[in-house]
Design a protein around this ligand. Structure first.
Ligand code: HEC
Length: 130
């Protein structure tokens, strides 16, 4: 019995190593580096806006909903439709902002690598907020 449990544990561990758990779940530390591509326009300090809104607490927040930031009407409408920033919405938006919010004012180039996106999303999630 113990042997069987041991086997299952080892098999499970080997499986998660083989699939590269960090890449699947996103690596916040790596994401902090990827975030340099965003930092010209985004602060992660609460309430500090640049060209773009502060991304503190953006994970779990309704799109276009930070008080005091003047979003494009398109981003407001996206949020108004019920869109909340989570894994899927962020992934799609960062892969191609204009495919999700066609008239967004965010002119950043697409983040083409799925790993970069997963990492930066993990980083944003780690910042806390709501
Ligand atoms: C050239 C400046 C610029 C860069 C670079 C940029 N953004 Fe943005 N971002 C903006 C602007 C401006 C908005 C507001 C868009 C609107 O109102 O349509 C925005 C909006 C957002 C939003 C929605 C925020 C909310 O409160 O709804 C997220 C999420 C976001 N950006 C993430 C990122 C990430 C992650 C990166 C880096 C991969 C990045 N942005 C790079 C300018 C930029």
């Amino acid at each position: 019995m113990i042997n069987k449990i041991g086997f299952v544990l080892i098999a499970g561990l080997a499986g998660s190593l083989a699939t590269g758990q960090a890449a699947l779940a996103g690596d916040a530390e790596a994401g902090a580096k990827t975030f340099r591509r965003c930092a010209a326009c985004h602060s992660v300090e609460e309430g500090k806006r640049k060209v773009g809104p502060s991304l503190y607490g953006v994970y779990g927040r309704t799109a276009g909903a930070l008080e005091g930031f003047r979003y494009s009407p398109a981003m407001k409408a996206y949020g108004g439709s019920g869109a909340v920033w989570g894994d899927e919405t962020l992934d799609a938006f960062l892969a191609n902002p204009k495919s999700v919010v066609p008239k967004t004012r965010m002119t950043a180039p697409p983040l083409k690598s799925a790993d970069d996106r997963a990492n930066v999303i993990a980083y944003l999630q780690s910042l806390g907020g709501e």
